[in-house]
Design a protein around this ligand. Sequence first.
Ligand SMILES: Nc1nc2c(ncn2[C@@H]2O[C@H](COP(=O)(O)OP(=O)(O)O)[C@@H](O)[C@H]2O)c(=O)[nH]1
Ligand SMILES: [Mg+2]
Length: 399
Amino acid sequence: MASTTRSRSNELNLKWLVLAISAISSAGVTVSEEEGTTVQNQPAAVEWDSNGYLSFCLCMGRFGNQAAHFLGGLAMAKRINRTLILPPWNDGHLVQFEQWFKVEAVSQYHRVITASDFMEKLAPANWPPEKRVGMCFSFPGGSSPPCVMDDSDHHFWYWRAQGIKFVRTEQYYLSYNAEIADTKREWDERFPADKYPVLALRGAPAGFPMTKKNNALHEHLVWSDAIASERDRLIAEHLPAGGKFVGIHIRNAQDWVNTCNMVDTARGSSLMASPQCVGYEAGTGTVTKDMCLPSRHSIAQHTAETVSKIGANAVYVATADDPMLDDLRSALGSSVKLVALKPRPQLDLAILAQADHFIGNCVSSFSAFVRQERDANGKSSSFFNHGRSHLSPIVHEDL
Ligand SMILES: Nc1nc2c(ncn2[C@@H]2O[C@H](COP(=O)(O)OP(=O)(O)O)[C@@H](O)[C@H]2O)c(=O)[nH]1
Ligand SMILES: [Mg+2]
């Protein structure tokens, strides 16, 4: 186990070194034509924000969880009026925010700066190594574990890969409720911006699942040109031109079977992203095991009914595991094209968001991400083993 951890760390170390070298070699260096000598460009000036900055690690879970936390953290940055340092995504190695999403779209909502711009252009003068304080949420009374910023692979790499080492840590017991004005006052009293110019939080200042209000912030998560053009190329290459396609997300890997065993129908609780189906207020609905782990039969039936309702001629199947092509083929007949490419997750998400209709899993935050993007663009979604379309304001009644 120890050697596995070490070899993974070495692998990440190497990856980061390669990234760092390529970043250095491409940054701001040009050859002067007249003199044939190498000169260093000045980086574009970026002004320091005296309201302070918010930085946090997207260290919990995989992409769907990270995206939910990101939107919660974005809402908090606006509420406490600090510039948000756009957190890199954690994909085993760090992926700069802007590799997957457009910075301009987020900045339409609130002031943001990329993590690399912050470290390169502002940190040296305004947040030098001796000022780097890490912060952890902690319950009063000493019942929480000690505040350590790099106690796991994830946390360690998140900060160190950005060149950040903390001189000390502090604990806080403050609300993450971005919906009330008092939250700003509490944070300002505990961490005034002149004394704590950067809030570097161990985890995202957001709950999970996402609040109903934060769903709407998804309109500011717009795929980068690189992802969008790869998405469009795959759609053009694999889906029939001129027809409609239904996108489905099948969540059936072993980790998911274990998750669904936590569904406790008797307690009427919700689980992970299930509020998108059962409602955000306690007691409005109950998540069921069938919603979490729909049978092969119900997936195939719901898909076939939807295909015939909207007159689609193709189905795009996204899954990390079994695409159930035989079951789908029997239910759909031979005239409907079935496409399962298993590309990297961001491309599956981006393609599903383009479908003429999407059918997802109520409990999955991966499905929720697709549904949110579709809501933002006025596109319809439904869920396996859930009677109604989702509860967000944009609902197409005909499905
Ligand atoms: N490519 C691909 N990966 C998937 C799919 N479904 C799940 N995964 C992988 O499994 C992870 C599931 O974790 P997460 O995103 O947190 O969603 P959740 O666990 O379903 O709430 C994703 O981030 C992907 O890495 C899929 O349809 N396509
Ligand atoms: Mg997850």
